[in-house]
Design a protein around this ligand. Structure first.
Ligand code: NAP
Length: 286
């Protein structure tokens, strides 16, 4: 339940362009309500090019925390005082927090990849440690997931992109277990995968097919397929995987867990995952 907003209420929010579609206010406000915190979370429409100004506004207004979405993740990484370890590797930030040692220092971190691993392990009971992983796509989400899978102990992380050079650059984040390749190699890498992750937007349209026109019969060794898309809840890729008895998850768990990590960083309290999931499902239904 949302508490009354008063002069003492702490304000957090998300910056982005566009931002009106964001589920973050639903997730965060449900969490603050469940925790009984006098906090409120709002969406700020910040046009492209104004990310640095938004960080300065956070200092001026004393916002308690700031989430960052497209197109500001890179600009904000250059505007905070310090980067956390994951943001330092990726060069992007989705979370800005006040440092615990000094009230005047802003720290940027990226919770997307760790949130993805939290959802796999916590919600799905699937541990990617030791797994041969394939990541489809080489954009921002793929970069976060590739790094997180390597840090989680994956045996290998093969990144497949329609631009092989971008796939190779992305795969470098996985260090010695990473490899990047183009779509021509798709059948070979998928045929040896334990875990497949779709980090392209293909599937968001519901009827726009499977990434790269992949033949789902290639998933013969696969134990789990994760799609970062969460609307629709079941993409064509997930439908095909389920039909073959493979475990599946859409991107809602990642969305919830990346926000949960933000809440824990900002408030020091464990995030109420059940209340957050219920709020997200209700907002998606609406
Ligand atoms: P991005 O930076 O724009 O990267 C998209 C990647 O997908 C690029 O490699 C792009 O290739 C590729 N791609 C785009 N359209 C494609 C197509 N029709 N066929 C094959 N490849 C295609 O986007 P992003 O931020 O990484 O997001 C990717 C997806 O993850 C989106 O659906 C987003 O909603 C989702 N996501 C979910 C969460 C979550 O919490 N669940 C978090 C972040 C992102 P090119 O470079 O060649 O264009």
């Amino acid at each position: 339940m949302q508490l009354a907003v008063t002069a003492r209420t702490k304000v957090a929010g998300v910056i982005g362009d566009p931002v009106r579609h964001s589920l973050s206010p639903a997730l965060h406000n449900a969490a603050y309500g469940a925790l009984g915190l006098d906090w409120v979370y709002v969406a700020f429409h910040v046009p492209a090019g104004q990310g640095v100004a938004a960080v300065e506004a956070m200092r001026t207004l004393g916002l308690a925390g700031m989430s960052v979405t497209m197109p500001h993740k890179q600009a904000v990484a250059g505007a905070v005082d310090r980067l956390g370890p994951t943001a330092g590797r990726l060069g992007v930030v989705n979370t800005v927090s006040w440092s615990t040692s000094s009230d005047r220092e802003l720290v940027g971190e990226s919770t997307d990849g760790p949130g993805f691993i939290d959802s796999l392990r916590g919600d799905e009971g699937f541990d990617p440690a030791g797994c041969r992983c394939v990541v489809l796509g080489a954009g921002g989400a793929a970069r976060s997931v590739t790094l997180a899978l390597a840090e989680a102990g994956a045996a290998s992380v093969a990144v497949v992109g329609r631009n092989p050079a971008a796939a190779e650059t992305c795969a470098e984040l996985a260090g010695p277990v990473g490899s990047g390749t183009g779509v021509a190699d798709l059948a070979r890498v998928v045929a040896a995968a334990d875990l497949l992750v779709n980090a392209t937007p293909v599937g968001m349209g519901g009827a726009d097919g499977i990434p790269f026109g992949m033949d789902p019969n290639w998933l013969s060794t696969c134990h789990f397929v994760a799609d970062l898309v969460y609307f629709p809840a079941r993409t064509p890729l997930l439908t095909e995987a389920r039909a073959r008895g493979i475990g599946t998850a859409n991107g809602l768990g990642m969305l919830i867990h990346q926000a949960a990590r933000q809440i824990e960083m900002w408030t020091g309290r464990p995030a109420p995952l059940g209340a957050m999931r219920a709020a997200a499902v209700s907002a998606l239904g609406a």
